[in-house]
Design a protein around this ligand. Structure first.
Ligand SMILES: Nc1ncnc2c1ncn2[C@@H]1O[C@H](COP(=O)(O)OP(=O)(O)OP(=O)(O)O)[C@@H](O)[C@H]1O
Ligand SMILES: [Mg+2]
Length: 563
């Protein structure tokens, strides 16, 4: 019995030791190979709830100020991180920061602070310019939209706290004889600076009267008429208290003061004076109201332009069929705008005010150029002098063919120069026929040309939603600087921008007049009609400072470029 009991005890001890060894082995195995976890699709296998679709993780980008973390696998960008953040480079995923003022002034990458944007309609040309304007405003520059024909910029400038000047029949007046802020500025200046500001304001007003006469008559005024106008303006300034208007100028010519009679060379005969000034008087009467140009220029300025805020001239109410009025209004806007720039420069040169850099936007340039005689020359002068005046510029047109379709060969050559002289050319989707013309201004590689052609393809129709998909080229641009390879970029709107930058506002409600369906407040797409409440601060901070998180749906591996 005793022997049997001993045997049973030793078998138990053996079993216990084997179990102990087993547990030890299991523990060692667990240490070597940790317990399995579910993969991206969960537990794979029948009855284990495997996920068929893997959702993309949302990706966020931001500077280290806001996104407090460090992505260790960042790669450098090919371009300096200087300027307004535009979007991601389509090939590397790196952030592209770019605007003509920063690339000229700070990064010294371009020789002229100007950009020319080309691309088919609706692909986002105005949107990319608005992004730049927003960022530049954030950096302390001032966007100036000298004639918004659509309007594309009114909402933005309002959101930035700027000034909206509305012009058009019955909507607002711009007195072309108003010296603007130059009088007040001259009082603060002395010596040469003072006389330069006054002379500039005088010349600008005289030019505007001549330009309006040219548009009215379809031919420029004669030398003698210009001299008469010049002298009459001087007489007005000396004798009139306050700001003269066109009827005052007409009266000065009619009253025949001695100074004016002298330059009219009437040889002491009043009859001869009347004969000489007859045509001029008739044209001035036309300009004073009732004529083709209405009363837009002959009454005191409704809303005088300020120099310390972003400004837009809203001229969208003028129909395209009124080419003369459109041309005249655009010229007047440019004249007023550059007058203000000159005043700001004179005051900054004298150390009386901080230096201001303006970002002048000439969108829909093809419409401005076609509007009338002399427009090409004005733009030509602007593109040559903008650097000296400390002004950054953005011009926008659909295609080079628009520029090349001007009636006059001389004008066509000048218009080509606008693209050639621009510091950078930003191209969106363009048709194949455009390529040879574009090549003549800036070199494009075969691959770049194919890219641009691809971006103008029409979007797909989605039978499930009965809607058109996003156009493949919307927001995609190739930034070309000289002969260098282009930088392909995809601009993605922030939530604040997409509320402001909606050029389809008139299409949110469906027309159901007289139909049986009740649809007074029906919207075609509720997501598009989302109102924006307080966009001002967010916009400039979000984009201008480039500091906030920017949510993207980029699908590649993250190559964020945290600064
Ligand atoms: N990057 C983008 N992402 C999403 N929507 C965009 C983008 N760019 C533009 N849009 C939208 O596309 C529409 C047309 O844009 P935009 O007015 O800038 O085009 P455009 O090229 O200036 O057109 P046009 O030649 O007619 O002036 C607008 O409703 C705008 O909100
Ligand atoms: Mg546009």
């Amino acid at each position: 019995m005793i022997g049997g009991h001993k045997r049973a005890k030793s078998t138990n001890i053996k079993k216990q030791r084997q179990a102990q060894i087993r547990r030890q082995k299991q523990a060692e195995e667990e240490v070597q190979a940790p317990r399995k976890r579910p993969g991206m699709r969960g537990w794979v296998g029948p009855g284990r709830g495997e996920a068929g679709v893997v959702q993309m993780a949302e990706e966020w980008r931001g500077t280290t100020v806001q996104a407090c973390g460090l992505w260790p696998f960042s790669v450098g960008t090919g371009t300096p991180m200087v300027g307004v953040p535009l979007g991601r480079n389509l090939s590397s995923g790196a952030t592209l920061c770019c605007d003509p003022i920063s690339w000229f002034q700070r990064a010294k990458l371009i020789s002229n602070p100007s950009a020319f944007v080309l691309g088919k309609p609706g692909l986002g040309k105005s949107t990319i310019i608005r992004r730049m304007a927003t960022g530049i405003a954030g950096y302390g520059g001032q966007p100036l939209v000298l004639g918004d024909l659509k309007p594309d910029y009114v909402d933005l400038i309002e959101a930035l706290g700027g000034q909206v000047i509305t012009l058009g029949r019955g909507r607002g007046h711009l007195n072309i004889l108003d010296p603007g802020e130059s009088r007040a500025a001259a009082r603060r200046l002395t010596g040469k600076a003072r006389s330069r500001v006054l002379a500039d304001a005088h010349g600008r007003r005289l030019n505007m009267v001549s330009a309006l006469l040219t548009i009215m008559r379809s031919s420029p005024p004669t030398d003698r008429e210009e001299t008469i106008l010049d002298r009459a303006l001087k007489v007005l300034d000396d004798r009139l208290d306050g700001t003269p208007v066109l009827p005052d100028l007409l009266k000065a010519v009619q009253d025949a003061p001695d100074e004016v009679r002298q330059v009219a060379l009437d040889r002491g005969s009043m009859d001869r004076y009347r004969e000489i000034t007859d045509g001029l008087e008739a044209s001035l009467i036309g300009l004073c109201g009732g004529g083709r140009l209405g009363e837009t220029f002959s009454k005191p300025t409704t809303s005088p332009m300020v120099r310390d805020r972003p400004v837009v001239f809203d001229v969208s109410s003028i129909d395209d069929s009124e080419m003369d009025l459109q041309a005249a209004v655009l010229l007047a806007c440019w004249s007023a705008g550059f007058g203000t720039v000159n005043v700001a420069n004179a005051l900054a040169d004298a150390g009386l005010e901080p230096r201001r850099h303006y970002f002048v936007i000439l969108d829909e340039l093809w419409r401005a150029l076609r509007a009338g005689r002399g427009m090409v020359d004005r733009v030509d002068a602007l593109t040559r002098l903008n650097r000296q005046r400390g002004v950054g510029m953005a011009m926008c047109s659909h295609t080079m063919s628009d520029l090349m379709s001007l009636a006059n060969e001389e004008d066509r050559m000048k218009a080509r120069g606008f693209v050639e002289r621009s510091g950078m050319v930003i191209c969106g989707g363009l048709p194949a026929a455009e390529m040879p013309m574009l090549q003549s201004a800036i070199p494009f590689s075969e691959a770049e040309q194919n890219m641009l052609k691809g971006w103008q393809d029409p979007p797909a129709w989605d039978p499930a939603t009965n809607k058109e998909a996003e156009p493949p080229g919307r927001g995609k641009f190739l930034v070309k600087v000289g002969g260098r390879p282009g930088i392909p970029v995809n601009l993605q709107l922030t939530s604040v921008e997409s509320g402001i930058h909606d050029t389809n506002k008139l299409w949110h409600q469906t027309s159901r007049v007289g139909s049986a369906e009740p649809a007074a407040s029906e919207t075609t797409d509720t997501t598009e009609a989302t109102p924006v409440t307080e966009p001002t601060a967010t916009t400039s901070e979000e984009i201008g400072q480039g500091t906030s998180g920017d949510r993207t749906s980029h699908t590649d591996t993250d190559v964020s470029t945290h600064s």
